[in-house]
Design a protein around this ligand. Structure first.
Ligand code: GN1
Ligand code: MG
Length: 358
């Protein structure tokens, strides 16, 4: 606590720190809520530099994105709650600092009366669809080129290769587990079809746009009435396919169970959430090409599958990437994501029909 206070007070906060406690449920960075005696609260984050290896690039992307969004929303009286504001360190213009042990930290203003949710109803989902369409629209004329904070982050070909590498190394001796074998039997043959976005891109049929690339539902701040305030967790905002934002929202919000539900019979795809989000998204993402629109159901499949591949590779590697709560956590997560994949598949033609009506 003293150490955290010490780090927080190196940023240009108003007043002094009175309390710090853990915040949120992210799987990558460590996040804290910071209370100051000035009445303004803050979010302090330790950046996971094993994953985000270049904090300078990371923060310069985030500052470019948030400055751009702030300009776009300049007439809006709520702009302070709709765009994250990162603080500079007191002795320089940077928005991050390194502690004595090499740990990297950043700090942003806490948005008052905001809520995150792990589940949403169709009404909130419709607002979320509109918000992501607007988010992508607003970023479409960002001049500053954004770097890839994690190169090839949502490249399915790479994720498939990483799974193959994990299998070849078998670093944790987990391949002999029959549950792992059963998952691999199901998953490996799907890798070709799930790389369709890369194939379309290579043929010049699919554009890359600036996307959020981590639109899990708990990365959105809502107000008390379910309106979207803003999108948080901007580490992965970079050029990608719109399938990333659509697909990851479906993967998390349209799953009737948690991402790591052990009882896979509870894992089913929620068509009402799909319809509501799609309606909102198509209303604001007016830039979408027909190829992008007709592949939105594929995007939902792709992200359940890609996440299963990432969780399984991490399990086989011995849990080196995601935070885990128990030794089988990544295996349980993989099974839940594949159950979701199957459920999405069973709704696939209904999902396509809904697009045709639009
Ligand atoms: C990670 O940071 P968090 O928990 O919002 C991950 C996402 C995964 C997600 C799975 C940088 O997101 O890509 O989809 O976990 N972020 C990174 O829950 O790998
Ligand atoms: Mg998060």
């Amino acid at each position: 606590m003293e150490e955290l206070k010490n780090i927080a007070s190196k940023f240009a906060i108003k007043g002094s720190v009175v309390d710090i406690k853990p915040l949120g449920s992210g799987l990558i960075n460590d996040t804290f809520f910071v209370k100051a005696d000035s009445g303004e609260d803050y979010v302090l984050q330790k950046i996971n530099t094993a994953i985000f290896k270049d904090p300078e690039l990371l923060q310069s992307n985030i500052v470019a994105v948030t400055d751009h969004l702030r300009k776009k929303l300049s007439g809006d009286p709520e702009v302070g709650r709709k765009v994250l504001k990162f603080l500079q360190v007191k002795d320089g213009g940077k928005t991050w600092l390194q502690d004595g042990d090499g740990g990297c930290w950043r700090m942003s203003v806490y948005i008052r009366d905001s809520y995150t949710h792990d589940t949403v109803n169709p009404e909130y989902s419709y607002y979320a669809g509109r918000a992501f369409g607007e988010f992508e629209s607003m970023l479409s004329d960002l001049d500053a080129p954004l770097g890839e904070t994690i190169p090839d982050f949502h490249n399915m070909e790479l994720r498939a290769r990483q799974l193959q590498e994990a299998i070849s190394a078998d670093a944790a001796g987990r391949l002999s587990n029959p549950e792992v074998q059963a998952l691999l039997d199901e998953m490996l043959p799907l890798s070709g079809p799930m790389c369709k976005a890369e194939a379309l891109y290579n043929q010049g049929l699919l554009p890359k746009r600036i996307c959020h690339c981590d639109t899990k539902v708990n990365n959105i701040l809502f107000d008390a009435d379910g309106n979207i305030l803003c999108v948080i967790d901007l580490d992965t905002v970079m050029p990608g396919f719109v399938f990333s934002d659509f697909g990851d929202f479906m993967r998390t919000a349209a799953n009737n169970a948690a991402e790591d539900e052990p009882d896979t019979s509870k894992v089913t795809f929620n068509m009402d959430i799909y319809k509501a989000f799609t309606k909102g998204y198509l209303e604001t993402a007016t830039f979408l090409t027909p190829v992008e629109i007709e592949h939105l159901p594929y995007a939902a499949l792709r992200f359940a599958y890609m996440q299963a591949v990432r969780f399984l590779a991490d399990y086989i590697n011995g849990d080196t990437y995601y935070k885990i709560a128990n030794p089988e956590h990544n295996l349980v997560r993989t099974k839940a994501q594949m159950a979701l994949y199957r459920s999405i598949e069973s709704h696939y033609s209904e999902m396509m029909d809904y697009l045709n009506i639009k």
